[in-house]
Design a protein around this ligand. Sequence first.
Ligand code: MG
Length: 220
Amino acid sequence: MRAALFDLDETILDRSGSLRDFANWQATEIPDSSISNTTLFVERFIELDQNGVVWKDKVYESLICEFNIKGYSVEDLLNTYLERFRDFCKPRHGALDVIQAFARKEYKIALVSNGKTPFQENNFQALGFNEFFDCVIISDAVGIRKPDKAIFELACKSINADISASVFIGDNPVADIKGAKDAGMATIYVPTDPQQEPCRFADKTFYQLSDLAAHIEANK
Ligand SMILES: [Mg+2]
């Protein structure tokens, strides 16, 4: 049995778009005139987040200070993020087509995400792809993070997939692509930025998921 393993953030979840929508809502939700410039709040939120590298307690600490937000603690804003971000989660364009294309070729499908539980599960559930997935693995729950090859092995083992016949699809050249390659998998690199340099650990690269879906349909 072969499997297609997916990363979550920026691979099947349009994280940057979802975060922008969430930040915009949060700025207007805080009934305090301190955030008079919503656009600036959203831009600073996105900058401070650094594509998810910086956890939100640090982001909110800075935002509270920079925008002089009164009446809200870091914990208040963080709790709102944890509880409400899922409501803004939207799939990356073409994600469903890729998942369905692999499913039609009788691949088992799994998610392997670095992140916190249950936060990442909630975000994944919000996409509505659950019915296609045989397994969901979040690093926080298993105590192993990509690019450690053990997490790819664990995912394949849990769905009885042959790791050498399986493929990983992700946008991070190291955590996803190098990690999966080290584990003995085929790799498909799907960067969102068309300027992104090629990754030497990638067997294939697609900048548009619709192109990847067409490629899967055209192959065995
Ligand atoms: Mg990612």
